[in-house]
Design a protein around this ligand. Structure first.
Ligand code: HEC
Length: 178
């Protein structure tokens, strides 16, 4: 859990962020392929490999975004592939379960990183956790409903799941288009 990170780590991460901000580059000592889950998910203080964290976030959310696009694409068809919708909803469900582990403290846009993660994530950890839990719940519902093959019900649930994306983005993701 990000709340259990030692302050020493936070300071180290902030320093790395400051350096990255000055040079416009990633901290030189950040190996690209360190195990993110192990570092972020454990209560034991482990060094945060910020570059790997940012990459994991990008991969996770792009995967979620692509899966959601596939769901919407099916729902535009007269005869959607409900098995595919169920598969994609399950992919989103699995990815949503990882959200908590890819936001270690000290990795917000305010820490100088190229990220859309707002500091609010760590200021309101319970709300952030609730927002990721909402996506877990809504995607599970979508996967279950898809098996029944009722297009209207599936479309309504896809909308509800989209609300979980928007709900989190509105509060916790930097919108640079505003
Ligand atoms: C619990 C909060 C939360 C939920 C739920 C959530 N997102 Fe996000 N999303 C974020 C944050 C925070 C970022 C910015 C991450 C960063 O820049 O490091 C993001 C980034 C993204 C990105 C940009 C990825 C990139 O860097 O290229 C996409 C696409 C995306 N989300 C799609 C979705 C979709 C689709 C859903 C719903 C099915 C969703 N998200 C649900 C918090 C959330």
């Amino acid at each position: 859990m990000q709340r259990n990170f030692s302050s020493r780590l936070v300071v180290a991460a902030m320093l790395a962020g400051a350096l990255a901000a000055c040079s416009g580059e990633a901290p030189a000592d950040a190996p690209a392929d360190a195990p993110v889950d192990a570092a972020a998910g454990s209560d034991v203080a482990a060094p945060v490999d910020v570059e790997a964290v940012l990459k994991a976030r990008e991969a996770t959310f792009e995967g979620i975004g692509d899966a959601f696009k596939a769901v919407r694409g099916e729902l535009e068809k007269d005869a959607p592939d409900f098995a595919l919708i169920a598969t994609k909803a399950t992919e989103i469900n699995t990815a949503a379960g990882k959200i908590d582990s890819i936001f270690p403290a000290g990795t917000s846009v305010d820490d100088g990183y190229k990220t859309e993660a707002l500091a609010t994530i760590w200021e309101k950890p319970e709300e952030f956790k609730a927002a990721s839990q909402k996506l877990i719940d809504e995607s599970a519902k979508l996967a279950a409903l898809a098996k029944d093959g009722d297009k209207a019900a599936v479309a309504a649930q896809a909308m509800a799941m989209g609300g979980a994306c928007k709900g989190c983005h509105d509060k916790f993701r930097l919108d640079d288009k505003k």
